[in-house]
Each structure stands twice: as structure tokens, then as C-alpha cells.
Design a protein around this ligand. Structure first.
Ligand code: ADP
Ligand code: 5GP
Length: 240
């Protein structure tokens, strides 16, 4: 079938009018270097692991989106941070966070066990370096839920990281969500809402923005980002 252009030559012979490839090593009709005869042609490709950094103000829906993403994509694994913040009633140690004392946090920080750390809403939070690096080496997409300071540190430390800003539809929606979540005292909610405009101002630093208004659309957008990043040619390893 012709699509309106000149008839295509599918025989592999070069039409007389087309210039010959300039590369001395070009050994195929299209000008591509010929593979060495011992290299099998790959028909399976696996992406290498990488970090997926999610940031956004408290109540934007990061935790909810992480849960949905990890359930939808087996290659995604959540990195459990260490924090000095008090545990909420609906949380378990070692699930959402590892809850540690300020002394233990300082011990790990000075021993160089953190990829990054920051003070956020009056508490300390940190990403464990070893878990993250082991999982990336094993080919996983390691999902980090970190504040905008952590996002900047990770982008500096791991150039290959993919960063996504989770954006709420309004400040009022943030307030409603934090009140409905009912995990923080009124004063804590107010601190978080006060910090939200400064955090929102950082969205341009990220690779992607996901608007979390309709949850299902936000989940679809986030999984599409992960799928596209997993298809990047530079991440792919041929498997025979
Ligand atoms: P974060 O981790 O960013 O602080 P959460 O994931 O805990 O935010 O979400 C805050 C609250 O908002 C939770 O109660 C969650 O169920 C709710 N929520 C998350 N996404 C949406 C959405 N798109 N629409 C309405 N409520 C949402
Ligand atoms: P929360 O107390 O609501 O779970 O989290 C408060 C803030 O801390 C959120 O912005 C969250 O992204 C951030 N946070 C959680 N873990 C880490 C971490 O390991 N490092 C940094 N820098 N921030 C984190």
C-alpha cells in the first residue's frame, strides 16, 4: 500500500538516487553498522532500575498514589524512610516509616547511612541509602516519597532519578483532605497548610507534574510515566 509518497523499495537494494552511507563501518542497506556475527539479535529487553521521586505538599495524595502504583506495577518498590515524627494510630513501624529516636537518627546520619535527610514540618526524615541502591541494582523502580528538599538532594546525588510533583487541585482541597484523613492534630494540619505554598512553588524543578484531582486519572498518569520511563532505550538491557 502506498501512502501517497514515492513507492517504497522494500527489497533492501539502495535506489540509485540515495547517497551511500558515509560511515566506513556501515554494512547494511540502511547504513546501520552490521552486528558482529556472534551477537544474537535480542528479542527480550529488561529496563535497569531507577529512583522515582514523588514530592508535593502534605495531603496532595502521595501516600495514596504510592500504594496504588506499587499494587499495579510489580517492579515498583517503596523505600521506607526513617523519621523522628510520632507514629500515627493507623501506622505500623516498618510499614509507612521506620520510627526512630532523635539519637538513633543522628547515629545513622553521622554513619553515612542516609542517601538524603531533611527537617520537614518540625521533624526529621531520611532515605536509607543501602536499601535504595540494592533495589536499583536488582532492577527495581524504587519509589521515594520525600519533601522538596529531599527531591533536590536526590536529583543531585542520582542524576538518573525521575521526579514527579504531585499537585493538589487547591489549598482548600488540601485542607479538606487533611481534616478528613484525621491523622494529625489541628495545629499540625495548620503547620502543613502554612508550608504548602512554599512547597508548591518548587514544581518546575521536577520532570513531571501529576494533578491529583480525580484519583483514578492521577493513578493512570503516574503509571503511564513509570511505563514510559521503563521503555527508555538507554535503560534497556537486551536479554537472550
Ligand atoms: P500525602 O501522603 O500527600 O500527605 P495522602 O495520600 O495521605 O496524602 O492523602 C491525604 C488524604 O486525601 C487521604 O485521606 C486520601 O484518602 C485522600 N485523597 C488522596 N487523593 C485524593 C483524591 N484524588 N481525591 C480525594 N481525596 C484524596
Ligand atoms: P508525613 O509526616 O505526612 O508522612 O510526611 C511529611 C513530609 O515528609 C512529606 O512531604 C513527605 O514527602 C516527607 N518525607 C517523608 N519521608 C521523607 C524522607 O525520607 N526524606 C525527606 N526529605 N522527606 C521525607
Amino acid at each position: 500500500m502506498s501512502l501517497g509518497g514515492p513507492e517504497q523499495d522494500v527489497s533492501g537494494a539502495r535506489p540509485a538516487s540515495r547517497p551511500a552511507p558515509r560511515r566506513a563501518d556501515a554494512g547494511t542497506p540502511g547504513g546501520f553498522p552490521a552486528p558482529a556475527p556472534e551477537d544474537p539479535i535480542p528479542f527480550r529487553f529488561e529496563p535497569g532500575g531507577f529512583l522515582l521521586v514523588l514530592s508535593g505538599p502534605s495531603g496532595a495524595g502521595k501516600g495514596t498514589l504510592v500504594e496504588r502504583l506499587v499494587a499495579a506495577r510489580p517492579e515498583c518498590v517503596f523505600s521506607i524512610s526513617a523519621t523522628t515524627r510520632p507514629k500515627r494510630p493507623n501506622e505500623a513501624d516498618g510499614v509507612q516509616y521506620e520510627f526512630v529516636t532523635p539519637a538513633e537518627f543522628e547515629r545513622r546520619r553521622s554513619a553515612g547511612l542516609f542517601l538524603e535527610w531533611a527537617e520537614v514540618h518540625e521533624h526529621l526524615y531520611a532515605t536509607p541509602a543501602r536499601f535504595v541502591d540494592e533495589q536499583v541494582r536488582a532492577g527495581r523502580v524504587v519509589v521515594l516519597d520525600v519533601d522538596v528538599q529531599g527531591g533536590a538532594s536526590v536529583r543531585r546525588a542520582r542524576r538518573d532519578a525521575v521526579s514527579v510533583f504531585i499537585y493538589p487541585p487547591s489549598i482548600d482541597a488540601l485542607r479538606q483532605r487533611l481534616l478528613k484523613r484525621n491523622t494529625d492534630a489541628a495545629g499540625v494540619v495548620e503547620t502543613r497548610l502554612r508550608n504548602a505554598p512554599g512547597e508548591l512553588a518548587e514544581w518546575r524543578e521536577y520532570d513531571y507534574l501529576v494533578m491529583n484531582d480525580d484519583l483514578e486519572q492521577a493513578v493512570a498518569r503516574l503509571t503511564a510515566i513509570v511505563d514510559a520511563e521503563c521503555a527508555r532505550v538507554r535503560r534497556l538491557h537486551p536479554r537472550s
